[in-house]
Design a protein around this ligand. Sequence first.
Ligand code: 13P
Length: 248
Amino acid sequence: MRRKLIAGNWKMNGSQAANAVLLQGIKDGLGNAACAVAVCVPAPYFAQCQSALAGSAVGWGAQDLSVHEAGAYTGEVSAAMLLDFGCAYAIVGHSERRTYHGESNELVAQKTVRALKSGLTPIVCVGESLAERESGNTAAVVGAQVDAVLAALSGDELGNIVIAYEPVWAIGTGKTATPEMAQEVHAMLRARLAAKNPAAAERVQILYGGSMKPDNAKELLAMPDIDGGLIGGASLKAADFLAIVAAA
Ligand code: 13P
């Protein structure tokens, strides 16, 4: 039985004052959550998360990492820097980075390898646009995104990634994939993993992301291959985030 993971993606939101309230609210309301819980935060707040979340059950991660190890890469943040602050997860290949920063399937694969080799758990994001879904290309697009990552990993390594299926048309739009639509893609993704390593595929958590909210989380999380959520907007309010954690 896979343990569920509810991860917040704060995106480019927050301030020291607002984060302090949000993190305290999450810690106070968490109780004995059955699922794993994490927040993925902007780089300037790594130190704040490290100290605010020390000794709590809430893990934290970054929203990206550099593909390079160190050196003359202005503006980049390395895996070693993330680890220096006790970071556990790194989102890789979010659609906003693919779209606004031109990240290719190959770069996303290389970042996934960088995260894994450094001891971070990559949360690898895949998902199709509305045009791709409407033209019947969801499986081809999402399949190619995941295949590029799988081609870069050994059979053993693939058991250590998390995947997030985030249909681009559902991100920040209030439109959610139906549980059946999401389940179909999640099952396809797990089958791709299983073709390479069946035992590891059973362990990999495949999260859904895209307007997951307290009022739709339960039915999405009830599907057999939906192992959690990557939450954008609803992760910025402790009460909403905790309600999704409770649903899991
Ligand atoms: P929303 O939950 O705001 O739709 O964002 C989803 C997302 O992109 C998480 O990474």
